[in-house]
Design a protein around this ligand. Structure first.
Ligand code: LMR
Length: 335
């Protein structure tokens, strides 16, 4: 017994005196589905740099972009199982997880600009929504901006009637499904990694995205028309596996919180700039006709889409929608 304890003690001492062993970094696998050269791609790289710097190498962040590790639905499961430690899915992708309240962000025209959006994402309402993820074993760390979505297809999309019968790829959000049906188009849920090919082969006719996503996935090469409707918002919740996060040493967690706060400021600074750059690049490519709707066309599309707010009350909750209206100053009576 005595000898056994000594051996155990020796092994313990040896382990402690092996610096290489003791200093194994904590690895954070950060998986996402977009290209590196996007607001989310740049922000993930920024977070990696800051996290590694602030923890003096005690944390190593491995960023896997462009669905190289997991596609949309798979990455959520991988996070819950602990196969990856961090993701930044779009807010439209939390429904299948059972947290359908996030789909409030998908309501058409709910934010007129980034300032209105930030009243939610940088305030208590945004935090309360992130806290709803705890029950799913997920800790919500922050919101990162992308931008406002526009419709694209192989035909001009100017008035609501142009959308009739058009097969539109959507993210897995019931609000987006309702939005597309309100225009008479046929929504199809599809992983982001599959959209380019689906557009190319005609499995779907069109889609909606902020321009940075459209351009970096080369969708503009297989979409002849882009209408700058900016009818809805697409952004991200940065999330981590709660068990993993809670198991981190307190000082490391504080440094990662700091890195995340800095990455969030950075993400929100570059999002609009990146989208504007992508729009210029799409125009310069000459492959897609970029159209700015007239005030009349904008009003007609808005009128058709706004019914989604009422139609989705039972799914998202009337109270939550009203809370968003209060935060952003949205007034349905003024439409
Ligand atoms: C999409 O699926 O269109 C987006 O959510 C992709 C992304 O992460 O921006």
């Amino acid at each position: 017994m005595k000898i056994r304890n000594i051996i155990i003690g020796l092994i313990g001492t040896a382990a402690l005196s092996l610096p290489a062993f003791a200093q194994q970094p904590i690895v954070i696998k950060f998986s996402h589905v977009v290209a590196n050269d996007t607001p989310k791609g740049h922000a993930a790289e920024f977070f990696k740099k800051k996290a590694e710097e602030l923890t003096a190498g005690k944390v190593k962040v491995e960023v896997y972009a462009n669905s190289t590790l997991y596609k949309d639905k798979e990455e959520m499961e991988a996070l819950q199982l602990g196969a990856v430690q961090m993701l930044a899915p779009s807010l439209a992708k939390f429904g299948p997880l059972g947290v359908k309240e996030f789909e409030v962000f998908d309501l058409p025209y709910i934010f007129d600009n980034y300032d209105e959006l930030h009243k939610v994402t940088l305030g208590p309402v945004g935090r309360q929504l992130l806290d709803k993820l705890e029950a799913k074993g997920i800790r919500g760390l922050s919101y990162w901006d992308n931008g406002f979505k526009s419709f694209s297809a192989n035909k001009p999309l100017r008035m609501p009637e142009d959308f009739k019968g058009v097969k539109m790829r959507i993210q897995s959000s019931k609000v987006l499904e309702s939005q597309m049906r309100a225009l008479g188009s046929l929504p199809q849920v599809m992983a982001f990694s599959e959209v380019y090919q689906a557009l190319q082969t005609g499995v779907v006719d069109g889609t909606e995205n902020p321009i940075s996503n459209l351009y970096t996935q080369k969708m503009h090469e297989v979409q002849k028309h882009l209408s700058l409707t900016e009818h809805g918002y697409l952004g991200y919740a940065v999330i981590t596996n709660k068990k993993f996060w809670d198991s981190l040493p307190t000082d490391i967690r504080a440094k990662l919180d700091d890195a995340m706060a800095q990455a969030t400021r950075y993400a929100n600074q570059i999002a609009k700039v990146e989208n504007d750059k992508s729009l210029e690049a799409v125009k310069a490519s000459g492959k897609t006709q970029v159209y700015t709707p007239t005030p009349q066309e904008r009003a007609a599309i808005k009128k058709a889409l706004i019914k989604t707010h009422v139609d989705m009350e039972s799914r998202i909750g009337k109270d939550l929608i009203q809370t968003f209206y209060r935060e952003t100053g949205f007034d349905p009576a003024k439409l």
